[in-house]
Design a protein around this ligand. Structure first.
Ligand code: C2E
Ligand code: CA
Ligand code: CA
Ligand code: CA
Length: 287
């Protein structure tokens, strides 16, 4: 990224200069969008692979842009991280997501309890910059207070890069989040600087196995062995595993058979609008 940044200044590369102007424009309209909270949250179901029942949703942000259409997070999250805009954006996402979770929980508490199932949970992605912001823990606390949801039904998804720093701040913040009672998941497990020692050092209760491992499950013995190994170790440590990017029944069945009972992916549902998610919640609660 550094090298690309330098190259943008070469006068004989008009295409890349255009890219810079575009970035600038995107940055400015990102500011406006944050001021107006002009984002949309989508919700991808997380399901029990054996029963097909709903366990919760992962909140995924989108940016409906007047000229660009629905802009996906890949195009603006890193930009927002560089500029620090991710801090207010992330706070908005957190607030929206727990408010939505409170609604699902109110609507289905009795039915789910009668079926022996706990309240629906919501997962929220947290970027490194956002986690390192001094106000982060307070933002989480406030979101919990405002929504009134049971803290353990909020899952914060962090990537390994955040934990890699291992400095005192990371340690105390993780401890404070643990004390609040929220669950912490390691996102994209296996793609970064994976170290199982994170699981001992921090109050982590969920591992999300990255889609790149799930892709090869049906045809690569090595991938299969890896996923099975992760599932077994997680189980020994009392950590839950969620498989991401499940696209076919072969993957689903292999995961279920190896003792990895939770997952998400296009096989079950794409990220849904608030309304679609609400309908699914009601449908799932029906006996
Ligand atoms: P992620 O956390 O790994 O989220 C999963 C991504 O995989 C989502 O893409 C989801 O739509 C996609 N996906 C889910 N199932 C399947 C499948 O079966 N097949 C395929 N091909 N893809 C699947 P999305 O929504 O574009 O999000 C991309 C990334 O942007 C996320 O990756 C996450 O890192 C980041 N992101 C999204 N929302 C937020 C947010 O509110 N805050 C922060 N900090 N990052 C976010
Ligand atoms: Ca995630
Ligand atoms: Ca992920
Ligand atoms: Ca991923």
């Amino acid at each position: 990224a550094k090298a690309a940044g330098k190259r943008q200044w070469c006068h004989y590369r008009p295409a890349l200069q255009a890219g810079l102007v575009e970035r600038h424009e995107l940055n400015e309209s990102l500011d406006e969008a944050i001021a107006e909270a002009a984002f949309a949250l989508y919700y991808q179901p997380i399901v029990d692979l054996i029963s097909g029942g709903l366990v919760g949703f992962e909140a995924l942000v989108r940016w409906p842009h007047e000229r660009r259409g629905m802009v996906l997070p890949e195009e603006f999250i890193s930009l927002a991280e560089e500029s620090g805009q991710i801090v207010p954006l992330g706070a908005w996402v957190l607030e929206r997501a727990v408010a939505e979770a409170a609604r699902w929980q109110r609507q289905t508490r009795e039915e789910r309890a009668a079926g022996g199932r706990g309240p629906l949970r919501v997962s929220v992605n947290v970027s490194g910059r956002q986690f390192r912001d001094a106000g982060f823990v307070d933002t989480v606390r406030r979101a919990l207070d405002q929504s009134g949801i049971e803290p353990s039904t909020l899952v914060l998804e962090l990537t390994e890069t955040v934990l890699m720093r291992r400095d005192e701040r990371v340690r105390t913040d993780m401890q404070m989040l643990g004390d609040l009672g929220v669950q912490i998941a390691i996102d994209d497990f296996g793609t970064g600087y994976s170290s199982l020692s994170y699981l001992r050092e921090f109050p982590i209760s969920i591992l999300k196995i990255d889609k790149s491992f799930i892709d090869g499950l049906g045809h690569s013995q090595q991938q299969y062995a890896l996923v099975e190994g992760i599932a077994r170790i997680a189980d020994t440590l009392g950590v839950q595993v969620i498989a991401e990017g499940i696209e076919n029944t072969v993957q689903r069945d292999l995961l279920a058979a190896m003792g990895c009972p939770l997952g998400q992916g296009y096989l079950f549902a794409r990220p849904l609008t608030t309304d679609q998610a609400g309908l699914l919640v009601q449908e799932d609660a029906r006996p």
